[in-house]
Structure formats: structure tokens, C-alpha cells
Write a new protein. Structure first.
Length: 277
């Protein structure tokens, strides 16, 4: 994003450091030619930086990069505001050295612009954008801000859906979640690797009760769409009923109960829209 140019420059500088001795290519997807200016000059002996101009939502941009890939090489996704940590490059090389197909979920540590208030502690990971914090780790989420997979996995699973995710004009979340769900249905393993680590900037506007509740609603809408599109309405209904039962047991004013309520509300509303069409 143009507004995150400083983030991008930090990301590319870290990638240059982490790819010393490893021939690599960074495909940076930007919205227009002006945003592409000067990026190629950041190339190093081992890291070739290429700009790809592609306006549109996140999935559309990722798919543009996928189309530009060359060679049978591991593919890593990283957000512009995610900075690779020391050892990132070596860990990726080691993980894919055996040539086996897999998805690697790297560790995503938060770099908070402001410390989250204490009241968010029970739902801290609901802020989104990270899967490690302190001694805690979440392996039940897929975060495309730091992940990798073989080229064959991409060929088998296909591109990300462009009617989902930020900027799509459709379901406002979940393009990466839906893509990862397809990998699991194909039996492709996902491995968590703490050594493939980044620090992900978590903007101040995401750190607040209302922001967390809004995210919970988006997650509910995404889950309804993914489960329906998976042609699993029976399973979807059962999951929804189970979630309602869980909400009934935790009803109250706690932040956890409020997040669950908003998630269920989003789920139910999105399901109604789907059925109406």
C-alpha cells in the first residue's frame, strides 16, 4: 500500500539480509506505476526486486504475483508491514530442502503501535494479524502475512478467490482462509515453524474493543460463506447450532461473550443473505 512505503522498505531490507547467498526474487505488487518507481533499484546480488502493477483487492494482487512466478521454487507470502526476523531465510531453505509439498505457517509476532488495553487480554488474538504473543501460540488460524508453500501446492490448489478478502467488494475477509481450507481438503499438510518468523505491525486502529468486535463479525460472515460454498450446509447448520449453545453458556458482558455474539450475528446475517440469493 502506498501509505505503507516505509514498512515496505523495512521489509525489503530485511529480505535482502535474509537472502544473502540464496538466489531469490521479490515480486512486489503495487497499485500503479508511480508506486513501482525505484523498487528495482533495491535489488541486491542475491535478491532481484520486481514490481508488478495490479490494482484491486488483496486476492487479486496475490494472484497477479502467482501468475508472474518463474521456476519450480518455494513461494513465500509476506505483507509489506511484516519484517522478517533473523534466521527467516535460512529457516525457509531448511524447511523446503527435502522437496516435499507442504504449507508452512511462520510465526507472526505483533509489533503493536500501542499496547492493547488490559480488557482485551482474554481475546488478544482476536485483534488479528499475529499468532505468537508471549508464551502463547495459535495454530488454528492461517495468516498469509507470513506463509510459504511449494509451487506444486499452488498448482494443485489454484489461485485465491477474488470475491473474498479486503478490497474485493464481496465478503470482506477470508480469501487466504478459504485458500488454506482447500489445501486441507486436498490433504496437503501445514507445518508451523517458529524459525520462519516476522514482526507484523499492528496498527493502533485495530487495537480497541469496537475494532475487535467488528473483526469478530467479519470472521462470522467469512465462516458462513466458506462453509456454504464448500457445499456443506448440514455441517454448517450443526456448527452454527453448537456455537449458539456455547454462547448461551457464556452469555454476559465479558469481552469474550461479546466477541462470540458479534461473530454469531455476522454468521447468521451472512447466511440469510446467501439463502436469499
Amino acid at each position: 500500500m502506498r501509505a505503507r512505503r516505509a514498512d515496505l522498505l523495512r521489509c525489503l531490507a530485511a529480505l535482502a539480509r535474509e537472502t544473502v547467498g540464496v538466489a531469490s526474487e521479490a515480486l512486489v505488487v503495487v497499485e500503479d506505476e508511480a508506486a513501482a518507481a525505484g523498487l528495482a533499484a533495491l535489488s541486491t546480488r542475491d535478491l532481484a526486486v520486481h514490481a508488478i502493477v495490479q490494482p484491486g483487492g488483496a486476492a487479486k494482487r496475490r494472484n497477479a504475483a502467482f501468475k508472474a512466478l518463474g521456476g519450480d521454487v518455494p513461494v513465500a507470502l509476506i505483507d509489506d508491514d511484516a519484517e522478517p526476523s533473523a534466521g527467516y531465510g535460512a529457516a525457509l531453505v531448511a524447511r523446503f530442502a527435502d522437496g516435499k509439498d507442504r504449507v508452512v505457517q511462520g510465526a507472526v509476532w505483533p509489533a503493536f503501535e500501542m499496547e492493547p488495553p488490559a480488557e482485551l487480554a482474554p481475546v488478544l488474538f482476536s485483534i488479528g494479524g499475529f499468532n505468537r504473543h508471549g508464551d502463547a501460540r495459535r495454530e488454528d488460524v492461517f495468516i498469509s502475512a507470513n506463509c510459504a508453500f511449494t509451487r506444486r501446492v499452488l498448482e494443485r490448489v489454484g489461485p485465491m478467490r477474488e470475491d473474498m478478502g479486503p478490497g474485493s467488494g464481496g465478503v470482506p475477509w477470508g480469501d487466504d482462509t478459504e485458500w488454506h481450507a482447500r489445501t486441507k481438503r486436498l490433504g496437503i499438510p501445514t507445518e508451523f515453524d517458529d524459525a520462519v518468523a516476522v514482526k507484523h505491525r499492528i496498527q493502533a486502529e485495530r487495537i480497541g474493543v469496537e475494532a475487535v468486535l467488528a473483526r469478530a463479525e467479519r470472521v462470522g460472515r467469512t465462516r458462513a460463506r466458506i462453509e456454504w460454498d464448500g457445499r456443506r450446509p448440514g455441517v454448517m447448520t450443526a456448527l452454527h447450532q453448537r456455537a449458539l449453545a456455547a454462547w448461551a453458556r457464556t452469555k454476559g458482558d465479558s469481552i469474550a461473550a461479546r466477541c462470540l455474539a458479534r461473530r454469531l450475528a455476522g454468521y447468521a446475517d451472512e447466511l440469510s443473505k446467501i439463502r436469499a440469493t
